[in-house]
Design a protein around this ligand. Sequence first.
Ligand code: ADP
Ligand code: MG
Length: 447
Amino acid sequence: MTHKDLWNSIYSKLTQSLPTHAINTWFEPIVPIALTDNELVLEVPSQFFYEWIESHYMLSLSQTIQDVYNKDLKTRFIISAEKIKLNTATPGRHPTEKTNIQPVPALNKNYSFESFIEGPNNQFAKIAAETVAGDPGKNSFNPLIIYGGVGLGKTHLLHAIGNTIRLNSPSSNIVLATSERFTLDFVNSLRKNKTVEFAKHYRRSDVLLIDDIQFFRGKEQTQEQFFHTFNELYQSGKQIVLTADRFPGEMQGLQDRLLSRFQSGLSVDIQPPNFEMRVAILMDKAEQNGVDLSYDTIEFIATHVKSNVRDLEGIIIRLLAQSSLMNQDIDFNLVREVVRERIGKTAVTDLTVEDVVRRVSELSNISEKEIVGKSRKMEIAEARQVSMYLCRNIMGTSLNNIGVYFGGRDHTTVMHAVKTIDEKRVKNKRVGKIVTSLKQEFSFSLT
Ligand code: ADP
Ligand code: MG
């Protein structure tokens, strides 16, 4: 058996036991290098990668190896130097690109499908975008509408579609604009009596990409223009791709006839990234920017910065800036500081009473239901008081609100609970431990 055959069997076996996103993120990039009598050598893209596999998947991996190989075999990981080089060498990697293909104004070359990290939150949107890019105008996804919250990769996918089509068919006329640009172009054309030119520019496109159509809201005349452009392109089989901040059906201030046109195509959403995705994104962005981050650090950032990809990226850039400007090493304190500064406020609002109760429940082995319930049993009452204390202490939730949440108790009961735990956490080891560890976990809210 060669190392490749062996790895293929291991890989396919793993796909049966691990979730797809884990396979895609952590196993797909592994390259088998060699197989000796007692060792299988695997190449991984980075130190972090290795550490992650080591701490999360070693058991599954060695079990699977035993299953398919029937012989004692150690695994050794080596870290790919190649990969890092590839990433930093990206600009100018396609020398032919520059000479043969006309650049499309405003198309960001860095926004490609390759650089788009895929996870359960965006898989469907990415597949739809790739399909459209591979076969513009000739599929039933017309228009394709990608929608979701800020910083989740809508613009990235829109540009990736444009970039791909530009590479595949250099002669096709790709027109990209934000809805604001479209509006501005239209208004200017009115002022300068050039509405014909305006219409020509947009209606001559083979592929029309319009970013953030929610800004068409309330602009009747612009919508009218857009409607005609849309119809003309649609009828002649041209591809239209739009992005929006919400499901088109829920968009107010857009004409019904536009909304009904949108229904003839496909709307796909992008959701905020889950923890594994955030880790994968941080890894990738850190590597791209040449920032060396330890496993702990990445996990720490991924735990606290939850909102969107732009914020994750922002943290990496800020770390890079801070460390080079201040000539400071990127240590845990710096990371903490940067994270706190960037998202301190969001973290406070992100945290809910439910989060606190859930964590207390996990640490105390008392169910969430019991914690918010009526039981006076000692351990249960204590877990309840600890939860109340943490809500008050970390989030500053009002005594009344805490009381309401915990089974309709009045504010004096809550006050008593807070006082009790404040004393107990010093004297009682178990209480002290829970309080300290959860305070640390939620520490961003403590400033
Ligand atoms: P949106 O248009 O949804 O507000 P963007 O497309 O501007 O978000 O994304 C914000 C930043 O995050 C961009 O720099 C983009 O490259 C990056 N980004 C978003 N999603 C991903 C992803 N899945 N993989 C890699 N980078 C991403
Ligand atoms: Mg955008």
